[in-house]
Design a protein around this ligand. Structure first.
Ligand SMILES: Nc1ncnc2c1ncn2[C@@H]1O[C@H](COP(=O)(O)OP(=O)(O)OP(=O)(O)O)[C@@H](O)[C@H]1O
Length: 309
């Protein structure tokens, strides 16, 4: 991996360190009778990596979709750099929030470089007529875009594969390309939805290094992930969603040690547990078998009887 994690160059869209870039307040999202997200508050500051975890169906992706204009929350408000988010995803991207998806969404038959160039469209000022007439302004803008796209490919370690088709990249590199494309819109906040899903341990470590390098550029990062070791190692702060509500938020050590979090993942015994009668029956049968075996052993070891063990 060629990522230089020591780089301290600030990304073009990055705000001053420690500034609150994302401020979600009382976000609720209902689908008919189902409340997928209920009254969730969350802030993310520049230069910070925040993790969002929770069991399957907890509402993590729905909450992400509320932050990117894909869903308009039923209640609550999302502010990015003090401004309420526009209700369209392309406007949210233009405002400075970029994301990757749980299922990779690349243009499979485009080259690696072209995929990143697509990600730059919100930052290209050249308009329709300029593109048609292909005047000097267009060529200058195009050259600058290509240079920046190549810089980003170098940053994620894919510059040598700029001309490869996206579909020919191994899985881990496709994920990196998605990140490069998201960075092409020069975001102040990057949302990563399960960035290590399907990765091997080596690719996961490389992804971790890359996310640290992005944070070091002053970009705020919010990441959903199921890999607990990855999340607790990576994040400055972790919020836990359970059944759409925020259960706890804190530093990794606090969250990791919280019994409610452990219970939420492992599951607590339910009232009127449907399997309880069967489980009690099995336990009783096992106990009876054990005591019978114990009685046999006692008889076997009785004085006057040969014990061949
Ligand atoms: N568009 C939708 N219409 C109706 N229900 C939805 C919709 N999207 C999500 N849900 C429901 O909302 C709940 C939360 O789902 P969501 O995908 O946000 O959870 P998640 O925490 O991201 O889960 P996972 O970790 O499995 O990806 C689930 O019960 C899901 O079925």
């Amino acid at each position: 991996m060629t990522t230089d994690t020591t780089t301290k160059d600030t990304a073009p869209g990055a705000p001053a360190p420690g500034t609150t870039v994302l401020d979600a307040r009382g976000v609720t999202m209902r689908f008919g009778g189902l409340t997928a997200v209920r009254d969730v508050d969350l802030t993310v500051n520049s230069g910070e990596i925040v993790g969002l975890i929770g069991p399957n169906g907890a509402g993590k992706t729905t909450f992400f979709n509320c932050l990117t204009g894909l869903y308009i929350p039923t209640e609550g408000e999302v502010r990015y750099k003090d401004k309420v988010l526009p209700p369209k995803s392309f406007k949210v991207t233009a405002a400075g929030i970029a994301r990757t998806f749980q299922n990779i969404r690349l243009f499979a038959n485009m080259t690696v470089l072209e995929n990143v160039l697509v990600g730059r469209h919100t930052r290209t000022k050249e308009g329709f007529w300029s593109a048609i007439l292909r005047g000097p302004g267009f060529h200058r803008a195009e050259a600058a875009s290509r240079a920046r796209a190549m810089e980003l490919l170098e940053f994620v370690g894919l510059d040598a594969k700029a001309d490869h088709l996206a579909r020919n990249l191994p899985y881990g590199e496709q994920r990196k390309l998605e990140i490069a494309r998201a960075l092409a819109s020069e975001p102040g906040l990057l949302l990563l939805d399960e960035p290590t899903a399907g990765m091997n341990p080596q690719e996961t470590r490389a992804a971790e290094e890359l996310i640290f390098a992005i944070r070091d550029q002053g970009i705020a990062v919010l990441v959903i992930e199921h890999d607990m070791r990855f999340i607790f190692n990576l994040c400055d702060r972790v919020a836990v969603l359970v059944q759409g509500q925020k259960l706890i938020e804190g530093d990794p050590a606090t969250v990791q040690g919280d019994e409610r979090v452990i219970a939420a993942y492992i599951g607590e015994p339910m009232d009127n547990d449907p399997g309880a009668a069967e489980a009690a029956e099995v336990e009783a049968a096992e106990a009876a078998a054990e005591s019978a075996a114990g009685a046999d052993a006692a008889t076997d070891a009785a004085p006057g009887k040969e014990n061949d063990r």
